[in-house]
Design a protein around this ligand. Structure first.
Ligand code: BGC
Length: 955
């Protein structure tokens, strides 16, 4: 079976999370232990970190019967049974900075115990209650809003140091420097949280950076998210802070037991640094003439610096749980373009998120300017979609020779950059990719190159929009934690990367924002512009119920369900109250099936599916998930209550929106998909709904008709009702709108709109047009679960569901996922008249398998392969001609192509019009479609082309 490669997505050197499987065949049973450590070092954010381990064994069908955990040289703690994922810490809680070496060994039915695992060192990365004492410091009398700066102090180290630990945070973004060396390789620390309620600190081991005698601790800082101006066009304003501030607490423990602390506060000195101005949206301006060499080393003369302004910390920070943001990849220039206006634009070949690093030489005072854009339009940078975001970095040179410059406190979404002001060799420009450094865990590949590229685009959109928080887009004056976007994308994300810590951290902010809004989940989390109380919106606020459930389903994380249960309940209560006595949520503001293809560019909510229908479907979904979460947690009474609510809503939904014969009141793709995929409709009605959905998709020429709500679930709804072939046509469609249309237009990320770029190469006229929005990429979850056939059947993949859906036109497809139990794979390939299905089931799990020929079986761990007959695609029985029904033509891709070739040869505009507007129904013939629009001669030509297809055999 094909091996998968990371594609360079995770380049950090420290090994974190679930381990890479051993390549050599194991001779015995060896577990590998992992502990969640957000920054990749030893520090853990809680005194009782959960423990997980995977086992490599050469014994097939291996199931763990027990395990032993040992801390340092203590007595092992014996555990009975199969649990190996997120096992509660069985030792005394860690104290702050206390270190422990933990190992595990396991037993199976084959005997044991096996070998002890390698030890994992964990250290308490939190402070004791009340121990945070640092005061925040900033520039006194800043000369501009959001002025970046430097802060420093010196301190003495006298004696042998056992450890030195730095706790630091910022209302803004910062990097700490000890004796001239950055304390770590993280960027944009501490990221964006709902600062008014929750701040996080980093914990860093800086022991190796201390020197005997005088030491210098410096901090570079800027405003980043904290001083950004948020809000709709024309109404933006600063929210969290006018000026950035930083706080740090360095704890030095000496070998003789002394403990000394260096705290930001009075006595610190500050100065504006070389960063003149910096903003997430605007970009960064640096004046290298303002560099002060040695400012971060001992002995620097800071008499010209001002005493820091001391400000009380707004909230006591907690340890960060989300993975660090890092530079994860670098990419060089692939093309140098001279634009029609004479500018020089560098193409990096990939729409990415990060910034440029430039090696530059020039005279003092010369200014190098970098402008960024995702696309070109009419050969120039297409910056209109950035709206108010200038996305421009600039650097005033010092003229002292070669300089290497990379902006520090900003990021951009771009593929192209225009350089001006100073001549730079393109080979001296590097695009630096920046995002939350999660472990890559999922891969997919198949025989269809465009689908492979689509999948790659999903991965890139995930990377670009998982930068400290899950955002809608990374480039324009938005980059917000839109709840609806992550609600639909969370399952895909959880397959591709280990998103658990990242999303669990974001959910804490969601719950806090919600608590201050009477249970309403704001549209965005964090929610910066609360001028008016947040309003609820279906499919957006439901992130409170859906995202924790996804984390449970994919990672077996019960804790996140427990932590978020109140939030899920509060949201459900809000929407149930709005649904009122009729149990229908109607007549309120909704985003609905946002951005479906019929919505005009300037009215993205004007979808084909009723927003009220979407809203009530989601009331059901959230009530149901809340009930399920309560059941998992053993809250029986709560479970019963929400189950009853869900049933009431289901009854109301069916009565209002579904006819007994199986039609939806919105006869639109998303409406059917909701009724089927959310299990709203009873089993006896599902088939009729599925049949109508498939009919509708065909009627619409196998082009997608869904927005944010329907897109993630339409292929599931089709597959579940026996219409996998229709899902396949939809998936492999390249006409606009479709998943692959952007790929044919050269997209390297997922677009916000189906047609963010129009077929003529101009940017969609809507004012809201991004080329890096992951929502429509949520179909990748279906590629993994169904096309390749790798899904969790029980939380955390303790039981796998292996049920591939081979599609016509594809020769193979496969997915690999590092489950919490170890690597799992599933896939299939055609081999002559047969289909070979292969699977790898990790030790300590089992798999329920359904083969394409209908066989159902259950297997244990190990590598498996099965062969089944490949069902030949049904050949259309009737020949194709002008008298054929339109459904016959649209179902025959070769005939369909021949028809349009013929029509385009006569009149290309007519061909486009027919393509876009035809309803492909059974009661009309090709002849009727052509009507009087086409001269006789051309009609004969089309007839001949169709007949030829018939004689060649259609596809
Ligand atoms: C964002 C979306 C978001 C939507 C909701 C947009 O501006 O980019 O992705 O979900 O607004 O209305």
């Amino acid at each position: 079976m094909k091996r998968f490669h990371d594609g360079g997505a995770t380049t950090a050197s420290l090994c974190r999370g679930h381990p890479t499987p051993r390549q050599e065949p194991a001779v015995t049973t060896v577990p590998t232990l992992t502990v969640e450590r957000p920054s990749g070092d030893d520090f853990v954010p809680t005194p009782t970190p959960a423990l997980s381990w995977t086992t490599v064994t050469d014994t097939p069908d291996w199931v763990q019967t027990g395990a032993e955990l040992r801390r340092d040289d203590g007595e092992p703690v014996v555990l009975e049974g199969p649990d190996s994922v997120l096992v509660p810490w069985p030792f005394a809680p860690l104290a702050p900075r206390e270190a422990a070496d933990v190992r595990v060994r396991v037993r199976g039915r084959d005997g044991g115990p096996g070998e002890w695992s390698e030890p994992v060192t964990v250290r308490g990365g939190f402070l004791a209650e009340g121990a945070w004492r640092a005061e925040a410091v900033g520039l006194p009398g800043p000369t501009a809003v959001a002025q970046p700066g430097l802060a420093r102090t010196e301190f003495e180290v006298a004696g042998e140091v056992r450890s030195a630990t730095l706790y630091a945070t910022a209302l803004g973004a910062y990097q700490a420097v000890l004796n001239g060396t950055d304390v770590d390789d993280q960027v944009l620390k501490p990221g964006w949280t709902a600062y008014q309620y929750r701040m996080v600190h980093e914990t860093t081991d800086v022991t190796a950076l201390l020197v005997p005698g005088t030491n210098a601790l410096g901090i570079r800082f800027a405003g980043a998210w904290a001083t950004e101006r948020y809000g709709p066009p024309g109404r933006q304003r600063g929210f969290y802070a006018e000026q950035p501030q930083v706080a740090a607490q360095l704890v030095v423990e000496y070998a003789d037991g002394r403990l000394e602390e260096v705290l930001t506060g009075p006595g610190w000195r500050v100065s504006p640094g070389p960063v003149v101005a910096s903003g997430i949206y605007q970009g960064e301006h640096v004046d290298l003439r303002r560099r002060q060499p040695g400012w971060d080393s001992p002995g620097f003369d800071d008499s010209g610096w001002a005493p820091a302004e001391v400000r009380p910390s707004p909230v006591v920070p907690e340890p960060r749980r989300s993975p660090a943001v890092r530079r994860t990849e670098e990419r060089g220039v692939v093309d140098v373009i001279t634009t029609p206006s004479g500018g020089t634009v560098l193409d990096f070949g990939q729409n990415l998120v990060g910034r440029l690093r430039v090696r530059v030489r020039g005279g003092a005072g010369e200014v190098l300017t970098l402008r960024h854009a995702e696309v070109l339009e009419h050969g120039e940078l297409g910056t209109r979609p950035l709206r108010r975001a200038a996305a421009t970095d600039s650097c005033t040179l010092a003229g002292t020779g070669e300089e290497v410059w990379e902006p520090e406190f900003t990021f951009h979404g771009f593929r192209y950059a225009e350089l001006s002001g100073v001549e730079v060799d393109p080979s001296d420009v590097t695009a630096v990719v920046v995002h939350s450094d999660m472990e890559r865990t999922g891969w997919f590949s198949c025989s269809h190159p465009l689908l492979d590229r689509l999948h790659e685009n999903v991965v890139w959109s995930l990377r670009g929009n998982f930068l400290s928080l899950p955002t809608d887009c990374p480039q324009r004056d938005e980059r917000l934690g839109w709840t609806g976007d992550i609600q639909v994308f969370a399952p895909t994300a959880a397959f591709l990367y280990d998103t658990r810590g990242f999303l669990a951290s974001w959910l804490r902010d969601l719950a806090l924002e919600q608590r201050h809004a009477g249970g309403v989940v704001p549209f965005v989390v964090p929610n910066p512009p609360p001028r008016t109380p947040p309003r609820p919106a279906a499919a957006w606020g439901d992130a409170a119920c859906v995202v924790p459930w996804v984390l449970f389903e994919r990672f077996a994380d019960r804790q996140v369900l427990a932590d978020q249960l109140d939030s899920a309940r509060a949201w459900t209560d809000v929407v149930v109250a709005l649904a009122g006595e009729r149990s229908l949520w109607e007549g309120c503001f909704q985003f609905g099936d946002w951005l479906d293809p019929v919505a005009p560019p300037d009215r993205p909510a004007a979808a084909a599916t009723s927003p009220d229908l979407v809203a009530t479907a989601y009331v059901f979904r959230s009530a149901q998930l809340t009930a399920r979460a309560a059941a998992v947690l053993g809250h029986d009474e709560v479970e019963r209550c929400y189950r009853e609510v869900a049933e009431r809503v289901r009854t109301a939904f069916l009565a209002e929106y579904v006819t007994p014969a199986g039609r939806m009141m919105s006869d639109a793709q998303t409406a059917y998909a909701l009724a089927i995929a959310f299990d709203l409709a009873p089993p006896e009605q599902q088939q009729a709904l599925g049949d109508r959905l498939a009919g509708l998709v065909r009627e619409q020429g196998y082009r997608i008709g869904t927005g944010f709500v329907g897109t993630p679930i339409i292929c599931d709804a089709l597959t579940r009702t026996g219409h996998a072939a229709t899902a396949g046509r939809l998936l492999t469609q390249t006409e606009n709108p479709s998943w692959l249309y952007p790929v044919t237009m050269g997209a390297t990320t997922i677009w916000e709109r189906w047609d963010s770029m129009l077929p003529d190469g101009t940017i969609n006229p809507g004012q809201m047009t991004s080329f890096n929005h992951y929502a429509f990429g949520a179909v990748a979850d279906w590629l993994h679960r169904c096309l390749a056939g790798l899904a969790p059947a029980e939380p955390g993949y303790r039981v796998l569901r292996i049920a591939p859906v081979p599609l016509a036109g594809l020769d193979h497809a496969a997915a690999e996922h590092r489950t919490p139990y170890g690597p799992a794979r599933a896939g299939w390939r055609r081999d002559g008249d047969e289909l070979v299905v292969q699977a790898t089931v990790p030790p300590n799990t089992t798999a329920r398998v359904r083969l394409p020929d209908g066989r159902e079986l259950t297997v244990g761990s190990g590598d498996h392969a099965w062969t089944c007959p490949a069902r030949a695609p049904a050949q259309p029985s009737t020949p194709l001609g002008l008298d054929s029904p339109l459904t016959r033509l649209v179902d025959d891709p070769t005939g369909y192509a021949a028809f349009f070739e013929g029509l385009a040869a006569v009149d290309p505009a007519l061909a486009e019009d027919v393509r876009a507007h035809t309803r492909w129904v059974p009661g009309r013939t090709v002849e009727e479609l052509l009507g009087r629009k086409v001269p006789d001669e051309a009609r004969a030509d089309i007839a001949r082309r169709l007949a030829e297809v018939g004689s060649r055999g259609s596809g």
